[in-house]
Design a protein around this ligand. Sequence first.
Ligand code: COA
Length: 535
Amino acid sequence: MYRIDSKVDTNSDEFIRNKQEFLRILDEYKLILDQVKHGAPEQSVARHKERDKLLARERIDLLVDPNTPFLELSPLAAYGEYNYQFPSAGIITGVGVIHGRETLIIANDATVKGGTYVKETIKKHVRAQQVAIENRLPCVYMVDSGGIFLPEQSKVFADRFNFGRFFYNQARLSAMGVPQIAIVMGSCTAGGAYVPAMSDETIIVKKQGTIFIGGPPLVKAATGEVVTPEELGGADVHTAISGVADHYAENDRHAIQICRNIFQNLEAVDKQKLDISVPEDPYYDPEEIYGLAPIDFRKPVDAKEIIARMVDGSRFHEFKTRYAPTLVTGFARIMGYPVGILANNGVLFSESSLKGAHFVELCQIRKIPLLFMQNITGFIVGKQYEHGGIARDGAKFVHAVANADVPKFTVVFGGSFGAGNYAMAGRAYDPRLLFMWPNARISVMGGEQASGVLIQVKEEQLAKAGKELDPETKEKLRQEILHKYDVEGSPYFSTSRLWDDGIIDPVDTRKILAMGIAMSLNQKFPDMKNGVFRM
Ligand code: COA
């Protein structure tokens, strides 16, 4: 494969200015991430430690193999909501390696409102299980939760992807033959009791773990029976009397060790074969991305310059270099893993859509994971293009992407607007993982365009009544819409609502994608299957 020949002058004013601005954005992101990771109230953390319990992230550190990374998902979930009282939505999820096995880990953070579940906590738990289902990953549930956050019950209890989905997913994962282990390290009340009860093996910690369908206050109210939590459903009860749990642990560390031992006796996995080569650093320094990544979206950025700083040896075997250049397509390696890359280099035309659909099919049939690099304002608009059938050609691209069952990964490195988001494997297209860079923006269209559309609609409405929009009201309306799109287009707004799996530093993108591809090999890639492509 040829090395990309970079044309960027890293000493230019433009590059240096971009880098300075990017580093400011990156610092802000790192500060927010740090605040969130230490966001639980001090007194809750102190009380938790006094009880001789480890914090959720400490538990995960001990569970995974030493010196292996933990790919945390959506650490900024619920950011900016609930008066900042639910850092990370009170739950830590992600992929780590236990005895060499990529494993999905879900750990309640009991220092955040007793580890209770609000809407985003639920979404994060269900999303993590979806990652396990799609990639056939064993699961470890580190349970320490008061269940549903009761004031929010109407938003978390009854709907399809609400609390009940956890146990449905556990049953489905089990039927797939996916091992699931629960470690009960604290409270496990009401519906939450099904997490350990539906796992293959359950460990419970002495004097800390409790499992019951109704806690002592409910029992007293319902039957008048007075009972302590320990008598009702502590570690002694469940390992010696009820048999709901299988292993009795002296403390958190002991429980984690038992869990690791369980992993030594799991069935070996039959992984998807992939032609993996020796990893190699990019020839061009990944940190140069800071000087290149789009901040002002009016300025075009050559996607190949970004690719050059992400792939092994900066080598790229481009497909259809001369045709439809607003979509760059080609093959490369990331930490030794083969990938087919589609990266936006401008607006999507009919030709770029056909090129994209063709390339996706190539990767599907060759069983090569797909990487979508989004920086897209959308599909081209106008009479000429509608007459040329842009809707039909765009549909082919969307169709190919939706049906591509090889693992897809999406990185939003600039803007993600309009139907371009769909064609480029946005969240609705089930990429195995989707990340945003901190400079990214996401919304149905840009604020300027949205204000233009809405003002025009308003003007036409008034014109029908023989009225006009006065300049002052028009400007006020424009400013309101711009402000709304500014807030809602932010990556923090997206990540808080789990439209993505997290915001990442561009320099870490290679490492994160490599972990994603490694995890995806636990599920064999299905054969290509497409429906009707309109011609
Ligand atoms: N809904 C809403 N808030 C809850 C809650 C719930 N289910 N469970 C706990 N909280 C809140 C508490 O009000 C407290 O809030 P604050 O910090 O603003 O005062 C915080 O979570 C911590 O609770 P606290 O009882 O002080 O902590 P703890 O560590 O001693 O006990 C629990 C934690 C979860 C064991 C205990 O709070 C409990 O039993 N909660 C009720 C569990 C339940 O019955 N759930 C059924 C829901 S399906």
